[in-house]
Design a protein around this ligand. Structure first.
Ligand SMILES: [Zn+2]
Length: 304
């Protein structure tokens, strides 16, 4: 334990703060990565619920009554934002009518508002089918973004549940130290991936690629959010039959057929990468998520 942590821990004991378990803060996360992050910072002080699993497309879920009840109980709602949840979150917030988590309050947090957003085109015309009109919302694939979001989330948790403020501060500092060490390790492990050319199903990985120096050469979706068409796949087949890409990547919830179809015709290997915690058996927490993403990408270059 570093000096800072032992100092705040001593303060906590002197202040007579309870160090035993009891969930004091209800966190409603739209996606599993933010649920996992809230658990890292909140420890046993939080009760965390994720609206989606890694096997669901967070662009499209139903605003079920059970979700409304969870939002009604929430002290914090944390979502990716940038319109990722536009099809369901506004309805949940409206029906839950919980003033503590309405947009504009400390209890409502859009993670993508705190990072440098990629893919901002300035074109708000959703009629064209592009479901990323405010830039790419899949920010969790760069671990540096997760650290930025952690700081902001920690700040909000301290503010809203001030009794446990020092606990959140300790947990956050511990987390940021170990996360930064982990990032260095991943960057070393991923050194050979720099310059890799990848075809992806959806534009789910732009932050990962930006971080690791991977080049996205094509998408199976002609327009983000529209299913791959036969015409587009045919075009990609002729474009990449003589090389030009080393891997075809999809998330667990994206249909296997389009990438398998292209893989068969071009010989480019297709892989599944976990887009969030729980996306593969190995991706059990935020650390294991990036361990697995990098191991799977390295498996392509080594033929494993
Ligand atoms: Zn998307």
């Amino acid at each position: 334990m570093n000096e800072f942590l032992s100092r705040v821990l001593t303060l906590a004991v002197l202040a007579g703060l309870p160090l035993a378990a009891s969930a004091d803060l209800n966190v409603f996360a739209c996606e599993p990565e933010w649920a996992a992050l809230a658990e890292e910072i909140g420890g046993d002080r939080v009760e965390v619920y994720s609206a989606t699993t890694a096997l669901q497309d967070p662009h499209y879920i139903q605003a079920r009554p059970s979700l409304i009840a969870k939002v009604r109980q929430a002290d914090i709602v944390i979502c990716s934002g940038a319109q990722l949840e536009i099809g369901w979150l506004p309805a949940l917030l409206q029906k839950a009518n919980n003033r503590n988590v309405m947009p504009g309050t400390a209890g409502y947090m859009e993670a993508s508002s705190f990072v440098v957003r990629l893919g901002v085109t300035g074109d708000p015309d959703r009629a064209q089918g592009d479901i990323h009109p405010q830039g790419n919302p899949h920010i969790q694939t760069n671990p540096h973004n997760i650290a930025v979001v952690a700081r902001e989330l920690g700040k909000r948790m301290q503010k809203i549940d001030s009794v446990n403020s020092i606990i959140y501060e300790i947990n956050l500092e511990q987390y940021l130290v170990s996360w930064s060490t982990a990032i260095k390790g991943w960057e070393e492990q991923a050194a050979d991936l720099r310059g890799m050319k990848a075809i992806t199903h959806h534009r789910s990985w732009v932050y990962l690629f930006d971080w690791l120096g991977i080049e996205e050469v094509a998408n199976l979706e002609a327009v983000p959010g529209l299913p791959p068409t036969a015409a587009h796949l045919g075009k990609l087949t002729s474009e990449f039959s003589d090389g030009g890409a080393e891997v075809i990547i999809r998330a667990p919830y994206q249909h296997a057929k389009p990438s398998e179809w292209l893989s068969e015709r071009t010989g480019i290997p297709g892989i599944v990468l976990p887009l969030t915690v729980g996306g593969t058996d190995a991706a059990t927490d935020l650390y294991a998520l990036f361990d697995d993403i990098i191991a799977r990408l390295n498996g392509v270059t080594t033929g494993g």
